[in-house]
Design a protein around this ligand. Structure first.
Ligand code: SIN
Length: 325
């Protein structure tokens, strides 16, 4: 039986179009369907080898507008495909702006036993499909090479020839084609002429989530978890406003991630407000706004727990999932 490589479309710049071929910035994201994107790649057939392509448009969104309903739909569709015996792997086309969040979310909710055998590879583009020189087609081909690699596992991100783990990857540049970085550890590997050169085993970047059943994903909305940042002159005013009675229709704040300075340090007034919030039941997590490294806990017990190396946006996802369990 021929196995399938399933392409799930989520939108993004990779599916974007502009009025002019020369315009790589003034475009509208999420205009072309995933099927159209694949049709525009003449060498895709050869890259797929003995895999049969199957496409599904799960969402068509500029990823800045990614929301709970998109993630929920994607997680359920992805899991359904992974459970099917004729599916070998998934490739997801997605906008770059919140790609790291979707990748981390999927890495936490998809069944660990399935993604250990069937990789889920997210890819993207920094230039729209209408560009004179789009980067999307090569990124898709590279994602296919990774999806076919025997050594691929877990949820991976492929962009500009580099392979990143969902936990480590971060968008670090608003314009250049290699916009992603994996911080201290570097990428897991590189794709060169259709061949993946692994620097680390994909399993190194893949820490199976605790068993999280998709049934725990709430139907309507995620628990509200906000992110606040420490900076020179920060105060507790934002936190006090967040935990005050919510405006009609707004859900109450259940958690706050603080993007601390340096090793997770927090202005004393902000810290006092966070402690007060914690005392009334709001979950607080301390991360760092530094783009690399992790908060290193000292020997003294921390009143505000740290994010275990997760960036603020990923710590927010981890906390939301924890609150849903
Ligand atoms: C988006 O994230 O959907 C738009 C920006 C991009 O894909 O580069």
């Amino acid at each position: 039986m021929l196995k399938k490589l399933v392409f799930l479309g989520m939108g993004g710049t990779i599916a974007g179009t502009a009025q002019s071929m020369a315009d790589n910035v003034g475009y509208k994201a999420a205009q072309k369907g995933v099927e159209q994107l694949l049709e525009a790649i003449p060498t895709l057939r050869a890259a797929l080898g003995d895999l049969q392509p199957k496409t599904e448009q799960v969402a068509q969104v500029d990823s800045k507008d990614m929301g709970w309903s998109h993630w929920r739909a994607l997680a359920f569709r992805a899991q359904q495909y992974l459970e099917s015996s004729d599916v070998a792997a998934l490739v997801i086309t997605h906008g770059t702006d919140t790609l790291e969040e979707t990748a981390f979310f999927l890495s936490q909710v998809l069944a660990p036993a399935l993604i250990a055998r069937k990789p889920v590879v997210l890819t993207c583009a920094m230039r729209p499909a209408s560009s004179m020189s789009p980067d999307g087609p090569q990124n898709v081909l590279d994602a296919v090479a990774v999806a076919r690699s025997d050594r691929a596992a877990g949820v991976l991100v492929v962009c500009a020839g580099a392979v990143h783990a969902a936990r480590a990857v971060q968008k670090v540049h608003p314009y250049r084609l290699n916009a992603f970085d994996s911080g201290d550890g570097g990428p897991l590997g590189f794709v060169e002429e259709g061949v993946v050169r692994w620097r680390h085993s994909a399993a190194d970047g893949y820490s199976p989530a605790q068993a999280f059943s998709l049934e725990h994903l709430s139907d309507d909305q995620w628990p509200r978890v906000e992110i606040v940042m420490n900076f020179a002159g920060a105060s507790g005013a934002v936190v006090r406003a967040l935990v005050a009675t919510p405006a009609q229709g707004d859900p109450p704040v259940r958690g706050i991630v603080v993007a601390g300075t340096g090793n997770g340090s927090i202005h004393e007034d902000l810290e006092a407000a966070l402690r007060d919030a914690q005392h009334i039941g709001v979950r607080i997590v301390r991360a760092t706004r530094c783009p690399q490294g992790a908060v290193v806990p000292g020997s003294a017990p921390l009143e505000l727990p740290h994010s275990d190396g997760l960036s603020p946006v990923k710590a927010r996802i981890a906390l939301m999932l924890d609150l849903m369990q």
